[in-house]
Ligand binder design. Structure first.
Ligand SMILES: NC(=O)c1ccc[n+]([C@@H]2O[C@H](COP(=O)([O-])OP(=O)(O)OC[C@H]3O[C@@H](n4cnc5c(N)ncnc54)[C@H](O)[C@@H]3O)[C@@H](O)[C@H]2O)c1
Length: 442
């Protein structure tokens, strides 16, 4: 295969590793830089820690001789293209751009005239031009636009999604000027099937925040609805499914125990922070959605307390089995997971909390919860089983056959049979849905 050039991918996490693998397959020589030495060691040994990249895939890349995971920037020297995929967390509620700044400072001395640098980390509009470009220029003595190309391209990777992946998901691309846009687009045209150019890096930065804020707000909407629908005697899931039959003007979002991961609990706050700083007003949708979604774990714990109470039990000393600890289906990512928050709250109330999650690496979870196999004995011994994540690997039959009571926050189990004209939640106070097994939905 003809080598397309030397690519540096800074950060070998959920975004950087799949990009590195895809670029190797497309014909690039890839240096994958990550400051986490343990991660680099695992990569070099052919052991992937990212669900969407199999060990086999990683080993094929290593065997090609065109993928080199490293813990220092030196081997990146002489790159044609560099893509930065480092974390952008919140620190005391404000954007923490220190990882971007650090990678800019490290890349700058290695920058050569004619090279292209792309920022992919999610961030607020203005970051590429106001923070990243000056750092690259100061450390290289070069001028962005004149001497090297610079752009921003948000990542849309959706871990665990088996339909949409890096390659077949359209990718928004931008540059600080026309030549930069052309270079950034030319690079991604070799990686993905469709690129979507926009006129500025600010637009591309905002596009990503818009996408995630849209999800965050709509999830908050159905979560709030779920909290009140039962009291209205309505099954919110049935109403959502019915609304989703409208062929235009509606998009299906479903309730859950809260939002987690590296995007929804964080990215919208980048937008509200920037709006507040630049425009001097609050971005009210984000504040409201944060409030509702952040409250969902407390709501779930409240529902658990009510269900146990109905069975003459207190949360203290009850044995509660959580199904799923990650923040989303078919993923092992437990960062900011509402399930971890729920486990912590329950343990604080004195419950014996266990969790089954075949995707999550137990060493990555710091919650007062015992990780167990999902067995008949565990299900049968639990006072309550709480479905928090609807992983495909979970066997429904095991739960419906052996559980005593289930709180299903994902409508993972089939809904109770509906008798036309009869309310679904006969006991509006306790929100109990009639079913052969005591199953309640969120
Ligand atoms: N995870 C997702 O689904 C997703 C989707 C779209 C966008 N994003 C965004 O992409 C960015 C990266 O997210 P992620 O989920 O891949 O994070 P991650 O934590 O999985 O990976 C980031 C990696 O960067 C490394 N790193 C940190 N500082 C570094 C530095 N100075 N030099 C080299 N390596 C460094 C870390 O050790 C880590 O391995 C974030 O801005 C995130 O918001 C994430």
């Amino acid at each position: 295969m003809k080598e397309l050039g030397k690519l540096v991918v800074v950060g070998q996490g959920y975004v950087g590793l799949p990009l590195s693998m895809r670029a190797v397959a497309a014909g690039w020589r890839v240096v994958g830089v990550d400051v986490d030495e343990q991660r680099v060691k695992r990569l070099a040994a052919g052991e992937s820690y990212i669900d969407d990249v199999t060990d086999e895939h990683l080993r094929t890349a290593l065997a090609s001789g065109r993928y080199e995971p490293v813990a220092e920037y030196g081997p990146a020297a002489g790159f044609d293209v560099a893509v930065v995929t480092v974390p952008t967390p919140l620190h005391d509620g404000a954007p923490d751009l220190s990882y971007i700044a650090q990678s800019g400072r490290c890349l700058a001395p290695l920058l050569q005239p004619g090279a292209t640098v792309v920022l992919e980390s999610t961030t607020y509009p203005g970051t590429t031009e106001e923070l990243f470009a000056p750092l690259l220029e100061a450390g290289s003595g070069l001028v962005a636009g004149r001497d090297f190309r610079l752009g921003y391209s948000p990542e849309r990777i959706d871990p665990g999604n088996r339909t949409w992946n890096l390659e077949n998901t359209p990718k928004v691309v931008s540059g600080i000027d026309g030549a930069s846009l052309a270079a950034v687009r030319a690079f991604y045209d070799m990686i993905v099937t469709r690129t979507v150019p926009v006129s500025s890096t600010r637009t591309a930065e905002l596009t990503k925040l818009l996408e995630n804020t849209f999800r965050h707000v709509n999830i908050a909407l159905v979560n709030e609805l779920a909290m009140v629908a039962g009291q209205l005697g309505v099954d919110v899931w049935e109403a959502i499914d019915a609304a989703a039959t409208k062929p235009y003007g509606f998009m299906r979002f479903t309730p859950g125990p809260g939002v987690g991961g590296h995007c929804l609990p964080i990215d919208p706050s980048y937008l509200s922070w920037r709006v507040e700083r630049s425009v001097g007003r609050s971005f009210r949708f984000v504040e409201l959605a944060n409030d509702i979604n952040d409250h969902m774990p407390d709501h779930v714990v409240g529902r658990i307390g009510l269900m146990l109470n109905d069975r003459g039990r207190a949360v203290r000393d009850s044995r509660i089995l959580l199904l799923g600890l990650s923040y989303k289906k078919n993923s092992g990512d437990a960062r900011e997971s509402p399930a971890v928050r729920i486990a912590t709250l329950l343990a604080g109330l004195g419950a014996d909390v266990r969790a089954a999650d075949p995707h999550v690496d137990p060493t990555q979870v710091s919650a007062p919860v015992r990780l167990v196999e999902l067995t008949e004995a565990e299900v049968a011994a639990a006072d309550l089983v709480v479905v928090l994540v609807d992983h495909d690997l979970f066997p429904r039959g095991l739960v419906t056959r052996f559980a005593r009571a289930v709180l299903d926050t994902r409508r993972w189990l089939p809904p109770a049979p509906h008798v036309p004209g009869q309310r679904r939640a006969p006991d509006a106070e306790s929100l109990i849905v009639s079913a052969p097994l005591a199953v309640e939905s969120l």
